[in-house]
Design a protein around this ligand. Structure first.
Ligand code: HEM
Length: 400
């Protein structure tokens, strides 16, 4: 039985994934919610990569019954997807990021400074939540006074995706109200910009595209909340989980502090092992046969990205973190094919600058035994949701 909402499976899915890959690479399973449909589960690297890249046979247009048909690009096929994707590539692409790097560095330095000034800190709340929200929210033009609510709302958007995927809504109480609060929040901000001078942010840009007839108002709002929700918990997990690894592996911390140019390899290998997005959803457009099993046209499919990334057929000794792994960059944590994450460069920029800023201070930071790291057990992104750190303020002894 595969139940992606099972808290035990969410914390340690790896042995189960191995059994799936070896014994049932195409598993037909029954969801826990009574009104949700049966679905297939693919767990091997080659199969997941094939399905992600084959947009002809594997559709991204998913809804549960007659509801929850979200007007966002991750839930659309061509031609709508192509149109929204072009706009997104421009909003988040390298041409935008180059000039933003200095500002992101300032945001990172500000947060590191705040962190080092405290005796102890809830790292997820103070740092990993705050950083992507300040950057992506700042790019979008979102005022951050309500940051705790925005964080809760963006988690709700991922919980909603889990419900569309078959999770029992009772397991995520309040998700729909929180999700609608996020939609309303973005709607108000977008509506405020209608007919006003461009404010130099992504929302203004989207609103002018709406005026030019390129996108509908619902799509503007959908793109806006989608950027927040898609960028938040994913980037948070990379920073929080990566930091946990640095604080528990002194040799790794030493090596990266001495060779910060290996930060990209560190992030790729971390994402391979601990993909924030453990699975994505697809629906087959026609009968698809795989390993002797026919998934009939219309079937719903979970692609287990988190399992594909630990498939020994692709990555030898897959459960081992190896900074020098030659092919770690081939992981599927950012997806692949038409829906390959358009926030990849931004996520890497934010997390990369954060790690580089933190390396010189690692010797002053340690895990707080009173508030040990805790993985999220509610459906949504995989990752650390609480992690207390102690910050040492001892002055180093002067050398004689
Ligand atoms: C470590 C950070 C991140 C990870 C691991 C990640 C992961 C993913 C994955 C797996 C997909 C593919 C979904 C699918 O195929 O169904 C995706 C799509 C997407 N991501 Fe990311 N993401 C990250 C950061 C970001 C950031 C920072 C943003 C924007 C601010 C973003 C925006 C999006 C959007 C808009 C899509 C939909 C793309 C489409 O449908 O064409 N992501 N992401």
């Amino acid at each position: 039985m595969y139940d992606p909402a099972d808290p035990a499976l969410r914390v340690n899915p790896w042995p189960f994934y191995q059994r799936l890959r070896d014994e049932a690479p195409v598993l037909l399973t029954t969801p826990t919610a009574a009104d949700a449909e049966d679905f297939y589960v693919l767990s091997r690297y080659d199969d997941v990569a094939m399905a992600l890249r084959d947009k002809k046979r594997f559709s991204s247009h998913i809804r549960r019954g007659d509801f929850l048909d979200l007007p966002i690009m991750v839930n659309r096929d061509a031609p709508d997807h192509t149109r929204l994707r072009r706009i997104t590539n421009r909003a988040l692409g390298p041409r935008v990021l180059g000039p933003l790097t200095e500002w992101v560095q300032q945001v990172v330095d500000g947060l590191v400074g705040e962190l080092l000034g405290m005796p102890q800190v809830e790292f997820v709340e103070q740092f990993t939540t705050a950083l992507p929200l300040r950057v992506v929210g700042g790019m979008l033009g979102v005022p951050l006074e309500r940051k705790a609510e925005i964080q809760r709302w963006s988690e709700a958007a991922l919980e909603l995706a889990a419900v569309v995927g078959g999770t029992d809504p009772d397991l995520v109480p309040g998700f729909f109200e929180d999700f609608m609060a996020l939609v309303d929040f973005i709607d108000v901000l977008a509506t405020e910009r209608v007919g006003c001078p461009h404010r130099g942010d992504i929302l203004s840009d989207l609103v002018s595209r709406e005026a030019a007839g390129e996108v509908s108002h619902d799509e503007v709002v959908g793109l806006g909340w989608n950027y927040i929700a898609a960028g938040q918990d994913t980037t948070m997990n990379l920073i929080g989980g990566g930091m946990h690894m640095l604080l528990t592996d002194p040799l790794l911390a030493e090596r990266l502090t001495a060779e910060p140019e290996n930060t990209d390899d560190f992030m790729e290998e971390y994402l391979r092992l601990h993909s924030p997005t453990q699975f994505v959803l697809r629906r087959v457009n026609e009968d698809v046969e795989l390993h002797g099993v026919v998934m009939p046209a219309g079937s719903f499919v979970h692609l287990l990205v988190g399992s594909a990334n630990r498939d020994p057929r692709m990555f030898p000794d897959p459960d081992v973190f190896d900074l020098d792994r030659p092919n770690s960059g081939e992981h599927l944590a950012f997806g692949a094919g038409a829906h390959f994450c358009p926030g990849t460069a931004l996520g890497r920029l934010i997390a990369g600058l954060a790690f580089r800023a933190l390396y010189p201070h690692l010797s002053r930071l340690s895990l707080d035994p009173e508030r040990p790291p805790r993985l999220r057990t509610r459906p949504g992104a995989y990752g650390i949701e609480h992690m207390g750190l102690l910050v040492s303020h001892d002055t180093p002894a002067l050398a004689h």
